[in-house]
Every structure is written in C-alpha cells, then in structure tokens.
Design a protein around this ligand. Structure first.
Ligand code: FES
Length: 181
C-alpha cells in the first residue's frame, strides 16, 4: 500500500511521530517497500534493522513500525516474539548463557536454569530490572568435559552446582556496585 493512498488521514503527523522513534533510514526502508504488501519477510527485514540500530526491539519501536507499515501491532509483536533472535528488551551488562546441550542437560543443566531464574527473578530471554544480567540458553559450548556449564560473557564456568550460582552472580554484582562508586 502506498502511503499516498493510505486510509490514514493524518499521515504527515504519523510519519513525524515515527521519525522521533525510528531513524530516517528505517523509515525510508519501510516506505520504499509500501507496495510489497508487507509480507512476513518484509517485516522481519525491518525488525532486523531496528534491532541492529537499537540493540533490541521495544514496544514504542514496534508500534512505530506497525503504523508506518500499516499493519496491526499484533502482527509485528507476533513476528518479534516468534523468532528467538529478536530481543524485546535492552541487553543486560552481563550475558549469562546456560548450556542446554545433551552433556550439560544430563548433568543437571535444568536445575542450574531453575536456580538462575529464581535468583535473578527473570526467565530466559529477559533482563533483570537493574540491567545487570540477561539470561540466555545455548547448545553445546564445546566444553562438555566441564558439564554442566554456564557462561557469563566470555567466561566459562564448569562444572557448576546450583549452590554455586549465587557465588558467580555475586561476583558480577559486586563488580557492578564497585564500578558505580
Ligand atoms: S553440552 Fe554443554 S558444553 Fe557441550
């Protein structure tokens, strides 16, 4: 659909509001593709650009994409939540990856996962409110001999017991606190 023929009466105001949220090159990309009926592939390409620019998607950004592309917000959020690659929140300062590969799983990766979710108060794919940690999972880090393995940023820990999770988290939390002093 071309925005010239859009049913939106106040297109200029909508576009101006979206330009306050999205950079010009993304707005231009969406507009260039107005005639392509906004297939899912089109939407994915747009969301990739948004994430490359901001590091994450977010409700305001997805709303702006929906308005410019003239598609329902539910369609945009549906695509964003379906694909694991997309992040709906900013990343934490430290990224925790729990290995859920077979070797780690049989050695108790599920218990480590539960402990991390309990201690951090978040689920996989989420970031703590203070922005310090994001929790992710991964498949085989190539260090199966250390199973079960948890990686924080690029540091690998293993074998890790559920009881050691709080010690590892504390180490990074302490570092964050001291860097703020
Ligand atoms: S399965 Fe976890 S490191 Fe290989």
């Amino acid at each position: 659909m071309n925005h010239q023929t859009s049913t939106t009466d106040n297109w200029d105001a909508v576009r101006a509001a979206c330009l306050e949220i999205l950079p010009e090159h993304i707005v231009a990309f969406i507009e260039q593709n107005q005639d392509l009926e906004h297939s899912e592939g089109q939407l994915i390409a747009t969301l990739h650009m948004v994430q490359a620019h901001f590091g994450f998607l977010g409700r305001d950004k997805m709303h702006a994409v929906a308005q410019l592309a003239q598609v329902p917000l539910a369609k945009v959020t549906g695509v964003a939540t379906f694909y694991h690659y997309f992040r709906l929140q900013p990343r934490g300062k430290h990224i925790i990856n729990v290995c859920l590969g077979t070797a780690c799983y049989v050695k108790g990766a599920d218990k480590l996962s539960q402990r991390l979710m309990d201690d951090l108060g978040i689920q996989f794919g989420e970031t703590t409110k203070d922005g310090v940690f994001s929790l992710d999972s991964t498949r085989c880090l190539g260090t199966c001999g250390l199973a079960p393995v948890v990686m924080v940023d690029d540091q690998v820990y293993g074998p890790v017991t559920p009881g050691e999770i709080s010690i590892i988290l504390e180490k990074y939390s302490r570092r964050e606190k001291s860097s703020r002093l």
